[in-house]
Design a protein around this ligand. Structure first.
Ligand SMILES: O=P(O)(O)OC[C@H]1O[C@H](O[C@H]2O[C@H](CO)[C@@H](O)[C@H](O)[C@H]2O)[C@H](O)[C@@H](O)[C@@H]1O
Length: 264
């Protein structure tokens, strides 16, 4: 796999090529638009990103989407994205569109079996966290998440191993992200969600940027003419790399300016 490189030239070429429209601009949230935090409730999109995304969403031929592991309500509360933005939450299990009056969202329905397993996962995940300093459990509509960012490394590792085993036993899916193990009762993948969005929009080209291992599923779902951007260090199937969320906002601002220049 070639080493990912700077996406500036690819984004400039795409901005200049008006035959490749609409562009689906799909972005992960945590670690991509919002710097990682110890407390997920403290995450915020970088201030400069708010205006840049609003400008891009208002540009002809650009469709903006956020594709996140966050629960939908959480994502909507934190993301500060404009009306019309498409939101994918819970790694694809939740879908919505931002309107002037709130979210137009699909209802997530769990079967009785799934609801029972979600409750059991929550109880057992709480048992994993109990007595382990810095380990805690987040609940979502279709998953529970064991967080280990605040724990000592050996404590975190033990909690993550137990959580992975728990997911194998009771979950439908297990996602091992950055200092999180997500145990889901619905099958969900950012790759499938992105493919569905692209088909609905009829987008010949997709830009996707993400920082975590779960974003690799999105990169895999895209083709050589799409623009796949890994944010930060680490192995990746993405073609391009940007070092930080600040770098993502800078690249998006340049893309916005190039689109405006191309439109004359
Ligand atoms: O797909 P994303 O938008 O990147 O969301 C993935 C998970 O994000 C949150 O956890 C991550 O960010 C936290 C805040 O910076 C950080 O404390 C944690 O260690 C990260 O894994 C969120 O809490 C999860 O539910 C999301 O699935």
């Amino acid at each position: 796999m070639p080493e990912p490189h700077d996406p500036t030239a690819a984004l400039a070429a795409l901005a200049a090529d008006q035959s490749r429209r609409p562009v689906l601009l799909a972005l992960d949230f945590d670690g991509t638009l919002a710097p990682l935090q110890d407390d997920p409730a403290a995450s915020r999109i970088l201030p400069d990103g708010v205006g840049v995304l609003a400008d891009l969403a208002a540009t002809d031929g650009i469709v903006l989407a956020l594709v996140s592991g966050r629960a939908m309500a959480d994502l909507h509360a934190l993301a500060e994205v404009p009306v019309g933005t498409l939101l994918v939450g819970s790694h694809g299990a939740e879908r919505a569109r931002v309107t002037a009056h709130g979210l137009d969202r699909d209802v997530v329905r769990l079967t009785d079996d799934q609801a029972d397993r979600l409750a059991a996962l929550g109880a057992e995940a709480a048992a994993v966290a109990r007595g382990r300093e810095g380990v805690w459990v987040e609940t979502k509509p279709t998953a529970v998440v064991v967080h280990t960012r605040l724990a000592d490394p050996e404590v975190a590792q033990a909690a993550e191993q137990e959580s992975l085993a728990l997911g194998e036993r009771l979950g439908t899916g297990v996602l091992h992200g950055k200092a999180v193990v997500e145990l889901t009762v619905l099958h969900a993948s950012k790759g499938e969600a992105l493919t569905a969005l692209r088909q609905e929009i009829g987008a010949p080209v997709v830009i996707y940027a993400g920082d975590d291992v779960t974003d690799e599923r999105a990169f895999e779902a895209l083709g050589p003419d799409d623009v796949t951007i890994k944010v930060g260090a680490g192995d990746t199937g993405a073609r391009y790399r940007i070092d930080s969320p600040e770098g993502v906002v800078t690249a998006l601002a340049r893309f916005r300016d190039d689109l405006a220049a191309a439109a004359g």
